[in-house]
Structures are given as structure tokens and as C-alpha cells.
Design a protein around this ligand. Sequence first.
Ligand SMILES: [Zn+2]
Length: 129
Amino acid sequence: MKIKIASKKNIEEAINDVFKKQHQIISLKNLHEVVNSYLKKKLCKVSTSRLKKTIIEMKNIEIKIKKRRIKGKQFSKCPVCGNDLKKIFGIDVFNRKKHIGFRCNHCGFKSGLDYTIPREYIFLKKDLD
Ligand SMILES: [Zn+2]
């Protein structure tokens, strides 16, 4: 038997099947294992990075990210999805606009000025009704 690369539809279906049985999954590694066990029945599989990209775009799953700060490093791209980051501005006590952090419009990742990397992901099923 040959294991194929899963289609986007395969991956989304497997994710939805997983979240029919449980409401939350902690860590991308665990999610990857469970999703692949579903995909195995359809003789296909998915890589961790592609699984992450797919689930970020799914509106019925919320992703919470536990972060770790690293001092002295500069942001270039979003550490979650690899898209460009936008600067977030706040107003200081003198009513001046001040650069306070970064945000990713694609996946919703937010960070202060210090470089932050995802330490652990928590995937939650959203109640859409
Ligand atoms: Zn992002």
C-alpha cells in the first residue's frame, strides 16, 4: 500500500473528525499524530507544517499560542505562519504614537517588541452557533 500526500480537503475533513470527538488538543505534535491516524485510513498523510497552515485557515478552530520571549532578536516574518508582520502602535502618556509590538493579519499572532516564538499551540473547537 502506498501512502499519498493528503489533499487540502482530506486534511480539513480529518481535522473536523478529530474535533467531533474532542474539544481541545494541546500541542501541534499531538494534533499531527491524531490527524495522521485519521488520514491513514484514507491512505494519506500530512506534514506538520502543512497541517499548521491548513488549520490556521479554518474558521471553526481557534488557536491559542503559548509564547516564549527571546531578547535581542528582531522580528522579520510571523513565526507561526511565515507571513509579513504589521506594526502595532499605541499612545504613550504624552499622547504620542508609539510602536509597541507586532501583529500578523493572516493568523492573528500578536507580540510585543521582544522577539517571541510559539512554545506550544492549543487548538480549540469554536462554537459557531
Ligand atoms: Zn501569522
